[in-house]
Design a protein around this ligand. Sequence first.
Ligand SMILES: NCc1[nH]cc(CCC(=O)O)c1CC(=O)O
Length: 306
Amino acid sequence: MQRSPILGTRGSPLALAQAHKVASALEVANRWPADFVQIQVVETTGDKVQDRPLADIGGKQLWTKELDRALMEEEVDFCVHSLKDVEAIRPREISIAAVRPRGDVQDRLIGADSIESLPDGAVVGTSSPRRKAQLLSIRPDLKIVPFRGNVQTRLAKLEAGEVQATLLAGAGLRRIGMGNVGTPIPLDIMLPAPTQAVIAIECRADDALTAAMLTIVDDHSTQAIIRAERAFTAALGGSCHSPVAALAELVDGKIRFRAQLLSEDGRDQLKDEVAFECGDHETPRQLALSMLEKSPDSIRSLFTPG
Ligand SMILES: NCc1[nH]cc(CCC(=O)O)c1CC(=O)O
């Protein structure tokens, strides 16, 4: 590549940390000089609107629309995203060219040592329907309040006493140098969001040169895992209102897949687990459909299976 490639990213500290990680990986793999990759910040609707629950303003496009536009108009060559924030079905013109090795998949509780030790009726801040439902399923007494802003803002609100506790992804905390903050919650209590802890790099589907350049930093095991998790969520037809958790892991060359669907109040829930070969997208799809079929209305009404 003659000129510096241009990387598009959101401007939050977490997004910038991820962008710098990807830029360094590319520079090392291609033997480019340090800072050869240009980082261009693109503000998204999700960044601009901080005072309302995301579910009220729209779907996950909140984090992708402006970056997609910058990519399609060739202002940037590729975009770096937290894959968790990227909708399961993407425009045909854009493809995931590479994913980085998955980070810490566990969520952390901040403000208390454990969920059990939170005082009766404690106020917990989270805007994630999944985390809310998972908490309420074991602690129906808790008061869950909407809690937005970037990771630093949320920690400052917690410090100021707005809430007693909050939950954040271990992966995000580690990436911004706060790997020692909070207590990891066991996976059997809090299964992560599909594709949590995965950084994805997207480029224009017709840009074979950039795609080939990005392949160097692609992690094949993580690809297999996220393809299974995205096949599952695409079949569910969930939105950001939908409390859903899923985790694919490579065990002895096969995929171990755990999933959980919950009602918004956490009173109803379904858990299931299957194992299948890498590259099998039909089994996670069927799992999604069969879980929905078994679900009560309180869960099924939150999805639009396809
Ligand atoms: N919704 C914001 C967001 N998007 C990705 C992460 C964490 C990092 C990741 O999952 O890759 C976070 C913060 C959080 O959930 O604590």
